[in-house]
Design a binder for this molecule. Structure first.
Ligand code: ZN
Length: 341
């Protein structure tokens, strides 16, 4: 994790603007585009149904700092969604945002709805999903056992801002209070598991080895964490990419959901109730074509359209321009593991 080479790659991505997309321009007219970044605050609370709300921030040009940093460049610029499943005075919060300020906004919004009892479920250890945990220090925080292990191993680096994501630091890091392996079921409301809302947590190695997704079977919804991302997945665990693609195809075969709500996606799609399962295919196809493409000539010069073109033309995902930088970062990482040197 603390690999210096990766640190350099991340910072290189953040520091240098990416240019020169002649062949991308040629494809541009045939692909689906998301709304471009705006210059104003974008925080919004999006009701999905009577017991699920989304919180959305980002996809704008506002920054915390002019210096390269993960909050602006690897999270808010791309857009961040978090979710709360609520019933009476209780809520399950799925991830706590990249900053304390955003997490406070999330919590005070829920408190304004009369919610006094919170359980946080953390999708995975990456900075943008755990930084707001400090706001929920008085609450149960649930995560996979693998996530606790990773967060414990990386605690000093997270608190110093020296993980592969770099600064800013997250200090103090608030660790989960409860862990699980494989799967876990939570209930909101109801008595003895009867009635109320059934919330199924499932660990699956996609994007990060400690990743948790949530299935709400009664709503036929999947809260997908970072297993799917629109425009394309942000790769970190390059050696596991074939496992990720395989597990995505397995997840797609789960029969208890039809719609998908991600932590990084298009706010319009989230507000419209989420993505369908073609979103999972789009992610798996991108991963597989990147791994295969790493052995071809000119891989490092190839635009996003060469790997996500089918999904972009079908509007399964829509190009949000800042995701071109993520693609450059992904190619560098994929090449380091799967490329021909
Ligand atoms: Zn993320």
């Amino acid at each position: 994790m603390g690999d210096h080479g990766r640190n350099v790659a991340v910072m290189a991505l953040l520091v240098f603007a990416i240019g020169g997309y002649a062949s991308a321009e040629a494809h541009q007219d045939r692909i689906c585009l998301a709304d471009p970044p705006v210059d104003v605050p974008t925080r919004q609370v999006i009701p999905i149904n009577d017991h699920l709300i989304a919180f959305y921030d980002g996809r704008n040009t506002l920054r915390l700092s002019p210096e390269p940093n993960w909050v602006d460049d690897a999270a808010n610029k791309l857009g961040v969604a978090t979710y709360a499943i609520h019933h009476g005075d209780e809520a399950i919060v799925f991830d706590t945002f990249p900053t304390i300020d955003q997490a406070q906004w999330q919590r005070s919004t829920l408190e304004g709805m009369g919610i006094t009892h919170f359980t946080v479920v953390t999708s995975h250890w990456h900075n943008d999903h755990i930084a707001g945990n400090e706001v929920y220090q008085d609450s149960e925080i649930v995560m996979t056992a693998r996530g606790l292990q990773l967060m414990t191993d990386l605690k000093a680096d997270l608190e110093a801002g020296t993980t592969l994501f770099g600064p800013p630091a997250i200090n103090p890091v608030i660790l989960p209070t409860q862990t699980f392996e494989g799967s876990m079921v939570l209930h909101l409301g109801g008595i003895g598991g009867i009635g109320g809302i059934r919330v199924e947590l499932r660990q699956i190695n996609i994007h990060s080895p400690d990743e948790t997704v949530i299935v709400l079977p009664a709503d036929r919804l999947l809260l997908s964490g970072d297993t799917t991302e629109d425009t394309e997945t942000f790769m970190v665990e390059y050696a596991d990419l074939k496992i990720h693609a395989e597990n995505l195809r397995k997840m797609k075969r789960w029969t208890d959901f039809d719609r998908i709500l991600p932590n990084h996606g298009d706010p319009e799609r989230i507000a419209a109730g989420g993505y369908d399962k073609s979103f999972i295919t789009a992610t798996a196809d991108y991963i597989e074509s990147m791994v295969a493409g790493a052995r071809k000539r000119d891989f490092l010069g190839a635009p996003l359209e060469d790997f996500a073109g089918k999904a972009l033309r079908r509007c399964d995902v829509r190009l949000f321009e800042p995701y071109r930088e993520v693609h450059e970062f992904n190619k560098a990482g994929v090449f380091s593991v799967w490329g021909v040197k």
